[in-house]
Design a protein around this ligand. Structure first.
Ligand SMILES: [Zn+2]
Length: 179
């Protein structure tokens, strides 16, 4: 089975942000401030010549992991995502095309992180956010988009994480019987 298709529309950018690290095998694409600037600029969230320091880098990683925790169903992490909105000073603006959007009043990395959170708000509104999940296998926690109709997906890849999780459970059951 191929890897799941990415999330639709701009939510794919949030998914890609959460997946900038492979927790199981590496690599860490946001290893330092320079790497963060390159990634955010590549995603059209930040000017390529914006200043990015260690504090901004730490806030970006904190938001990334807060989003992963929210995708894992950890409601306590929601407050950390909301802090990023506040820091970005997200505010609703009317657009000339008749729509509305959340836009950051802050610039730089805080503004870029605010744009990611604004995408999350848009996805909540259009119902796609509920389909973005973190893989349930502890050491993976990769963000995947559950395209299944009944929202039953639990692993980023059934053949990899699903199979490993099932064999680990079977192993634990065997151990439990032996002891
Ligand atoms: Zn996985």
């Amino acid at each position: 089975m191929p890897k799941r298709d990415p999330a639709p529309g701009p939510l794919a950018t949030v998914q890609a942000f959460v997946n900038t690290v492979d927790l199981e095998d590496g690599p860490e694409l946001l290893a330092d401030a320079e790497a963060l600037r390159t990634w955010l600029a590549g995603a059209a969230l930040l000017d390529g010549d914006a200043a990015v320091g260690a504090a901004e880098h730490a806030r970006a990683i904190a938001l990334r992991e807060a989003l992963r925790d929210v995708l894992s169903g950890d409601d306590a992490a929601i407050e950390r995502v909301n802090e990023a909105s506040e820091r970005a000073r997200l505010r609703p603006v009317l657009l000339r095309d008749g729509g509305s959007a959340l836009e950051p009043a802050a610039g730089g990395v805080d503004g870029a992180l605010g744009r990611l959170v604004a995408i999350v708000h848009g996805a909540v509104a259009d119902g796609t956010w509920a389909h973005l999940k973190a893989c349930e296998r502890d050491i993976c926690r990769y963000a995947f988009y559950d395209h299944s109709k009944n929202h039953s997906g639990r692993w980023c890849d059934m053949d990899v994480c699903g199979a490993k999780e099932k064999s680990a459970r079977a192993y634990r059951r065997r151990r439990a019987r032996q002891s």
